[in-house]
Design a protein around this ligand. Structure first.
Ligand code: BGC
Length: 543
């Protein structure tokens, strides 16, 4: 048997645990999570068997968009702690073998960022063109037809300059001019700063939207599309030719990559993970992550944003990025989507679904992201309207974009107040209903819990080079079974997942007596409801 691990960089095939600091753990009793809270729970993260953490924003922020709105990208917001806490976090993470990936927001700032304050003050100042400004049309309307991802036109009127500024998400988050050389220099300086503080990698927020068309041309319509068929907002009724995805982005990314390549050479290299916004995230992710002058990888949420949860739909996504053009990163959940348990199985999801989703991730080719709480199989936290914090959740209340439901506090100790998240009587978002019963300590003591299965599954991914680094070959199988093999050298592992509440047959292509490495018993070749199996197939004989 040949299980030689090829010399691949650490992030290829890695599992990255995503931490949303606001909701992870509150160390100082103010009801908001913080960096010390993260440090206090790093043992939990390390025991999961992941390779790295991605820390969502903890930079100076008025919290208009829960931290993605920065007023100083080089400072730790006092609500989260101090820079020295970040240094301690890096040290403690490294001591546990975990790399640290820091979120970076380059496409826009909060309107109270000093750069924007200077930019909006006058049309003549030295930062007057650091953001995307334009005169109104003669009838007072916006300069072009661009739309905001959170609804409505992408232009906001400024009374001082008497001009419109562009905003991709919220009126208080002006878009930086990604074509401006000084802006690019400043952004590179932010990246350098976090690498100098000890980051091993950066997650780059909607990085393909950084540079916009300098001529501000209106987007053409997508032929045949009907805005009333669009989910949430009709932005994809337009071809996004000019409000993002400009070739100039690749120039900036090349300089960012050159900078990143100078860091962490002695520990396996740094990692740049992109978020791209596009009707076809996979195609855009491939484009942005190929070659040595672009990002290392971009991520895609499987069965996300209204896509079906079926074997065929998952296979179609995975199959469309199963070669060496760029490098895929996959997830089922993050801070921007409704928790997958509820999104994929409705208001009363079966417990088994939690481990099934981790099992799929653990077997995929690519880098995988596991969002905090998904190792516990948390369903969407129900947050009443008057307690919502996320402007997008308010805006789309009642629709699938219930981001606050994925951002409720992490439950640590089931019998404590606030499930051990905080000693405060009130937390920034309320604990999810029913989440205390799924807390880490409860699941520790429960054989077969989602948490314990998650640990076993991620340990298997670490132990089996074929799962981390092997090729992936789909095996034809009717719904509801997703089936594929991972192959490396002579090793062949069979991976099968039953995405339904009824037992389903394992593919007949596999010998019935194959040894089970992990997963449910499968008498008579059947996979029980919502279950998985990872089997070792007979080695391929050489010669
Ligand atoms: C972040 C979101 C945020 C948006 C606008 C995204 O890409 O992941 O959480 O709301 O940027 O700030």
């Amino acid at each position: 048997m040949n299980t030689t691990m090829p010399a691949t960089p650490w992030w290829q095939g890695a599992t990255i645990y995503q931490i949303y600091p606001l909701s992870f753990a509150d160390s100082n009793g103010d009801g908001i999570g913080d960096l010390r809270g993260v440090i206090n729970h790093l043992d939990h993260v390390a025991r999961l068997g992941v390779d790295a953490i991605w820390l969502c924003p903890f930079h100076e922020t008025p919290l208009l968009d829960c931290g993605y709105d920065t007023t100083n990208a080089k400072a730790v917001d006092p609500r989260f702690g101090q820079l020295s806490d970040f240094h301690d976090l890096v040290r403690e993470a490294h001591a546990r073998g975990l790399k640290v990936i820091v979120d970076q927001v380059y496409t826009y700032t909060h309107e109270h960022h000093p750069w924007f304050t200077a930019s909006r003050a006058s049309r003549q100042g030295d930062k007057q063109d650091w953001y995307v400004w334009a005169d109104a049309k003669a009838d007072g309307s916006a300069p072009n037809n661009w739309l905001s991802i959170f609804g409505g036109p992408a232009w906001e009127w400024d009374c001082t300059r008497r001009q419109y500024y562009m905003t991709t998400f919220l009126p208080g988050m002006p878009h930086l001019d990604g074509n401006h050389p000084e802006v690019r220099r400043e952004l590179l300086d932010v990246a350098r700063f976090w690498f100098d503080q000890g980051a091993d990698g950066l997650r780059l927020d909607v990085i393909n939207l950084l540079a916009l068309d300098p001529q501000l041309r209106s987007n053409p319509a997508v032929a045949g599309s009907d805005p009333k068929d669009m989910p949430l907002v009709p932005i994809y009724a337009q071809q996004m030719l000019y409000d993002g995805a400009q070739p100039q982005n690749l120039e900036f990314i090349a300089s960012l990559r050159a900078l990143a390549d100078t860091y962490r050479k002695d520990t396996g290299g740094s990692f740049l993970l992109g978020e791209v916004s596009n009707p076809d995230v996979i195609a855009e992710g491939r484009h942005y992550s190929q070659g040595s002058e672009r990002l290392h990888s971009c991520y895609h949420v499987l069965a996300g944003y209204g896509a079906a949860f079926s074997a065929a739909a998952l296979r179609a996504d995975l199959e469309s990025w199963n070669d060496d053009t760029g490098w895929p990163t996959w997830s089922f959940g993050n801070h921007d989507t409704m928790r997958p348990m509820t999104r994929l199985a409705g208001p009363n999801p079966p417990r088994e679904l939690g481990a099934l989703l981790v099992a799929i991730l653990a077997c995929l080719r690519g880098t995988v992201l596991l969002y905090q709480g998904d190792e516990l199989g948390l369903p969407c936290g129900q947050v009443p309207y008057d307690k919502l914090r996320d402007p997008a959740t308010k805006r789309f209340f009642g629709h699938y974009m219930q981001r606050d439901g994925a951002r409720t506090p992490m439950p640590w100790w089931g019998s404590e107040a606030q499930a051990g998240f905080s000693s405060a009587a009130t937390t920034w978002l309320p604990l999810g209903v029913g989440h205390a019963a799924l807390a880490v300590d409860v699941q520790e003591g429960e054989a077969g819990s989602t948490l314990r299965q998650s640990r076993e599954l991620l340990a298997l991914r670490r132990a089996q080079p074929a799962l981390r680094a092997g090729t992936l070959h789909f095996i034809d199988s009717p719904e509801p079974v997703l089936a594929f093999e991972r192959r490396l050298g002579s090793t062949r592992l069979a991976c099968a997942f039953n995405l339904s509440p009824a037992p389903a047959a394992l593919p007949s292509a596999w010998p019935a007596a194959s040894a089970s490495l992990l997963g449910m018993p499968h008498p008579n070749g059947l996979l029980p409801a919502w279950s998985y199996a990872v089997l070792r197939l007979p080695d391929v004989r050489s010669g």
